[in-house]
Design a binder for this molecule. Structure first.
Ligand code: ZN
Length: 192
């Protein structure tokens, strides 16, 4: 399974669309990406997560952790394949935290798994939780690195797909200049 095949799965499941899109930010883009549309198919999640599991299988790992919500099915599947414990962190009052009785022991070796990294904010917050518990982040595995490798976590990191998503202010959009109709993703309708 190489990068081209992963890309193919994203196209096949409509997780990655090429065209002219109105993003929620108001900017325009030639690509729209929704990772959950891949992860709705467990058989694809298994194939994609195997790349992450294979990459980290020689590392000493006690536990896998993911930031909720997007990372949960990634971390759970990687943990299943590596036969490790899986926990997740979630936001409470806008701060990433461990709830539900999840605990991290001192010196525990932890792999973070995420679906999509754009700025890396959630992953950095999970790294802080690991540090606060005197445990060790051994690496970060993600399905898609949307920063095109610009985000560095300072530990071994692996992504199954790198995307450099380009977006434009509406008045500078080259697709608008070509009069290509714009689509608002999720609506299947042309944006007004
Ligand atoms: Zn446009």
């Amino acid at each position: 399974m190489d990068n081209a095949n992963i890309f193919d799965i994203f196209l096949k499941t409509n997780a990655l669309l090429n065209g002219h899109f109105l993003l929620t930010s108001g900017r325009h883009s030639n690509q729209y990406f929704q990772c959950a549309l891949v992860l709705q198919y467990p058989q694809y999640n298994e194939i994609i997560c195997k790349l992450i599991a294979d990459y980290f299988k020689s590392y000493e790992i006690d536990t896998i952790i993911s930031p909720a919500i997007g990372g949960i099915c990634v971390g759970q599947e990687v943990a299943r394949q590596l036969n490790k414990r899986f926990i997740f962190a979630e936001r409470e009052n806008n701060k990433m935290t461990l709830r539900r009785g999840f605990q991290i022991k001192p010196n525990e070796k932890i792999l973070i798994c995420e679906d999509v990294v754009t700025t890396g904010g959630s992953v950095f917050e999970v790294m802080d939780i690991i540090k606060e518990n005197n445990a060790v982040t051994v690496g970060v595995g993600m399905i898609v690195d949307r920063s095109n490798s610009k985000v560095k976590f300072g530990v071994p990191q692996f992504s199954t797909l790198k995307l450099d998503v380009v977006s434009y202010q509406p008045d500078e959009c080259p697709l608008c200049k070509e009069n290509i109709p714009i689509i608002k993703p999720g609506s299947r309708k042309k944006a007004p």
